[in-house]
Design a binder for this molecule. Structure first.
Ligand SMILES: NC(=O)C1=CN([C@@H]2O[C@H](COP(=O)(O)OP(=O)(O)OC[C@H]3O[C@@H](n4cnc5c(N)ncnc54)[C@H](O)[C@@H]3O)[C@@H](O)[C@H]2O)C=CC1
Ligand SMILES: O=C(O)[C@@H]1CCC=N1
Length: 268
């Protein structure tokens, strides 16, 4: 039996990580899940053939524990498992706002902690995760956290002080993109397009634009200018976006997300 990884809290993000590890070829008998809701636990057992055990059993057996509960549930979870944790184990926290110092203060001395901010496109192996070491981490701990997240997308290392900003940009980011997509589809319907057609036009435009950004490496301003013919349709649309202060709204939205991430650290 290889090194054991436990996922404690198997909601949206916990299952995203679990499914990615399975897709990446991680043996199911090297994975454990701890999940509070019995119905959800049964669903995951059936879907992945993974063992769902108590948090205590998971914490006793696993070498690496991925904590994927809501920030507000983190204190209780740590209090529950801290008595069975032992030096040499690695805790990887995916919770928004929760600092490595908070986790370190609730577990035995010497446990390594890595803070991660992932995002949901990990479900299709296009995730973006940023990782930061706690105070007892060495390179091997960071590499282990990196390999967990690399199974579902890209991983970057950032100083922990940047994690609230990362949360505001890439952690919550998919929601902003889906909001824009929803808005464009609704606009298409207002302009008289059938809904299915509007959806297809918008989704392919999004995928194509994302691919251009990634594959050409061209600055987004240049790509936008290439679409914006002088005196044309795009210029008319962009003027409306500026009049409605969409750029300023994006900045205010992401500042609000950053501030909320900071508040979550305080348990509010
Ligand atoms: N959903 C997202 O896009 C992202 C979420 N995150 C972080 O991931 C964490 C989880 O978020 P979601 O998956 O969206 O929430 P969720 O509510 O879908 O999942 C949390 C799961 O934890 C379970 N749970 C709660 N307390 C537990 C305990 N003591 N033991 C075992 N299981 C327990 C719940 O029953 C639930 O299934 C949060 O801390 C969030 O900040 C981070 C980045 C993106
Ligand atoms: O909304 C939230 O708090 C979580 C963290 C980043 C994305 N979802």
């Amino acid at each position: 039996m290889g090194s054991q990884t436990a996922i404690l809290g198997a909601g949206v993000m916990g299952e995203t990580l679990l499914s990615g590890l399975v897709r990446a070829g991680r043996r199911v008998d090297n994975l454990l899940v701890g999940e509070k809701r019995a119905e959800r636990a049964a669903e995951l057992e059936q879907r992945y053939g993974v063992a769902v055990v108590t948090n205590i059993e998971a914490a006793e057996k696993a070498d690496t524990l991925a904590l994927v509960v809501k920030p507000q549930d983190m204190g209780d979870l740590l209090d529950e498992i801290s008595g069975v944790l032992r030096p040499g184990q690695l805790i990887v926290s995916l919770a928004a706002g929760i600092t490595t110092a908070f986790i370190e203060s609730r577990v035995p001395e010497g446990i390594a902690v890595v803070r991660v901010m992932p995002n949901t496109p990990a479900l299709v192996d296009e995730g973006m995760a940023a990782i930061s070491p706690g105070s007892h981490c060495d390179e091997s701990h960071l590499a282990e956290a990196e390999s967990l997240l690399a199974s579902v997308g890209k991983v970057v290392r950032v100083p922990e002080r940047q994690q609230d900003a990362v949360t505001a940009i890439s952690g919550s980011g998919p929601a902003y993109i889906f909001f824009v997509v929803e808005s464009m589809i609704e606009a298409g319907v207002h302009l008289g397009l059938p809904r299915a057609m509007a959806s297809e036009l918008v989704i392919q435009t999004l995928v194509g634009s994302a691919k251009m950004l990634r594959e050409t490496g061209t600055h987004p301003t240049v790509l936008r200018e290439q679409v914006t013919s002088p005196g044309g349709t795009t210029a008319s649309a962009l003027r409306e976006l500026e009049i409605h202060k969409v750029r300023a709204a994006f900045l205010a939205a992401m500042e609000a997300a950053r501030d909320r991430s900071r508040e979550l650290a305080e348990g509010t």
